[in-house]
Write a protein that binds this ligand. Structure first.
Ligand code: COA
Length: 155
């Protein structure tokens, strides 16, 4: 697996996964284009692909992190359904920690829907603890949990 900065060629696959994984508030291809084009300097977009052996490398998922001062925020992380449960998100999270650490962040924060049990299990397994709650944070009225973990280059 290779993980690196996303480019314009990744936008179509990321946008398609956005629509599938976050149907209530997907990021548009335009917003993604701005992000990969460097127009949002605090933001880094990482894409995971299979290691290509001559052929085309399969899209395995992506993560978006923004870093402001000592706080990094994991804004997005998603893996296509047929690729889940094989460690891709874990690898993307490790790469996110590395970017956050390089940019001087000391903690990694995120918001997760209270009803997203799979993501909550994933974050718990990766050392995140609850920092607070934001009632009715999402458009459909669901509460957001704010989770945090120290940034480490070796998560
Ligand atoms: C959450 C998500 C990114 C995890 O991706 P993934 O590549 O499947 O995760 P990994 O394979 O690295 O999983 C690592 C661990 O997370 C937990 N986990 C992942 N999927 C799980 C599931 N379906 N049920 C229970 N635990 C699960 C397990 O602890 C798993 O370890 P294990 O496989 O050794 O038991 C993926 O399910 C996804 O894209 N969901 C939709 C988008 C989303 O909700 N993103 C988070 C928004 S806050």
């Amino acid at each position: 697996m290779n993980i690196g900065p996303a480019g314009v060629d990744d936008i179509a696959e990321i946008a398609a996964l956005e629509a599938e994984a976050f149907p209530l508030d997907p990021w548009s291809p335009n917003l993604l284009r701005e992000a990969v084009g460097g127009l949002v300097p605090t933001m880094a977009l990482l894409v995971a692909r299979s290691s290509a052996d001559g052929g085309a490398a399969d899209f395995l998922g992506y993560a978006v992190v923004s870093v402001v001062d000592v706080d990094a925020e994991l804004q997005r992380i998603a893996v296509p359904e047929e690729r889940r449960r094989s460690g891709v998100a874990g690898a993307l999270l490790a790469a996110t920690h590395a970017v956050a650490g390089e940019r001087g962040a000391t903690r990694l924060l995120l918001e997760v829907r209270e009803d997203n049990i799979i993501a909550r299990t994933f974050y718990e397994r990766h050392g995140f603890a609850e920092l607070g709650r934001r009632p009715r944070y999402y458009r459909d009225g669901t509460t957001a949990l704010v989770l945090s973990t120290p940034v480490t280059m070796d998560p």
